[in-house]
Design a binder for this molecule. Structure first.
Ligand code: HEC
Ligand code: HEC
Length: 228
């Protein structure tokens, strides 16, 4: 699947965060060693260290991030994206963009500017452990005619080519199925106008031929697609 192509760019990105890449390499080595039945004590030490690290970020997430994003990664706060079910590789690229001031949001930039590379990795890994949370049950079922029309658009504009037929994404491509409608609508307009800079140009290109009305319909579809 071509969507994996974009992960290569994201992987190159973690090399830019030197320490982070070294950490990944070490984890990989530790896993291999464990499988081979060798270096067991080194692997055990690494996993104890990472468990302690994970607890730190779970706590920091609860103390800081949960106020807006919700303890389970899904809040009702307007304009605040769902983080539950998101992938570490996507999350780390976005925290990096906020830290660089390339993705605009005052609160997120202020928080990310305080983060070390290890923090970017720690928060991303923690968010990656939060299972997807479905949208709260709506009063009525989504409008079938709008959903059908939007499904055709999602194919025509190749959204499904990268985000997957169920819009669950993977690695560097975000899960968008179940994301909040108004956040998605604003985000799509932002990518198209250049207000939101992506980590790659994938979204700006994907939206170059998409009129605003179709973006609104796509946002409706994305928010209402049944969770997989
Ligand atoms: C004051 C409220 C607030 C707090 C606190 C906050 N966020 Fe955010 N966060 C937001 C908003 C609003 C956005 C969407 C910004 C935009 O419009 O692009 C966002 C976006 C994000 C995104 C991008 C999600 C996506 O789908 O692209 C990540 C990742 C994220 N926040 C992680 C965190 C982490 C980690 C913390 C804690 C260290 C945190 N946030 C604390 C409000 C907050
Ligand atoms: C060529 C691959 C590709 C195509 C086609 C594509 N996307 Fe994306 N999409 C991405 C990537 C990669 C990102 C991460 C953005 C970045 O680079 O920072 C993304 C981000 C998004 C986001 C932001 C999610 C968030 O949590 O902030 C939304 C919403 C989205 N895409 C919707 C769509 C829709 C709707 C379409 C079809 C019109 C589409 N995408 C087509 C690859 C693609």
């Amino acid at each position: 699947m071509k969507r994996w192509r974009y992960f290569a760019a994201a992987a190159a990105f973690s090399v830019a965060l030197g320490g982070t890449a070294a950490l990944c390499a070490q984890t990989g080595k530790a896993e291999k060693a464990q499988k081979a039945g060798a270096g067991v004590s080194a692997a055990a030490a690494a996993s104890t260290a990472s468990a302690a690290g994970a607890a730190v970020y779970a706590e920091r997430f609860g103390a800081v991030c949960a106020a807006c994003h919700g303890a389970n990664g899904r809040s009702e706060m307007v304009g605040t994206p769902v983080l539950a079910g998101q992938y570490p590789l996507y999350v780390i690229t976005q925290l990096y963009l906020f830290r660089e001031g390339r993705r605009k949001n005052e609160a997120m930039i202020a928080l990310a500017k305080q983060m070390t590379d290890a923090d970017l990795r720690g928060f991303s890994d923690y968010i990656g452990t939060l299972p997807a949370v479905p949208a709260p049950a709506a009063g009525a079922a989504p409008d079938a005619a709008r959903m059908d029309k939007a499904q055709v658009l999602a194919k025509e504009y190749k959204c499904v080519y990268c985000h997957g037929a169920d819009l669950a994404g993977g690695q560097g491509v975000p899960r968008i199925g179940g994301q909040k409608e108004e956040y998605v609508r604003t985000t799509l307009l932002g990518f198209k106008s250049g207000e939101r800079q992506g980590y790659t140009r994938a979204m700006a290109e994907a939206l170059s031929q998409v009129p605003a009305d179709d973006m609104a319909l796509l946002a409706y579809y994305v928010a209402n697609i049944p969770a997989k």
